[in-house]
Design a binder for this molecule. Sequence first.
Ligand code: ZN
Length: 69
Amino acid sequence: MTPATTLPVARPVAIPLREILPWALFGGLLLMLGIYFVGVEEGAVAMFKGMYVHEFVHDARHLLGFPCH
Ligand SMILES: [Zn+2]
């Protein structure tokens, strides 16, 4: 019988909060911007004239359950 060998185990690297925070804020900002364009960009609160943004994100709007038509 051969002796059991142990494999080296990878240990997770701790990432300091101060390194994650700017990327988390940036990702959150992009997420909120995406939700705005998919869910709210239409009619009286529209930033762009016309229905171009609405039509571009129309399928995502239905997929996420935002009221549309
Ligand atoms: Zn629709």
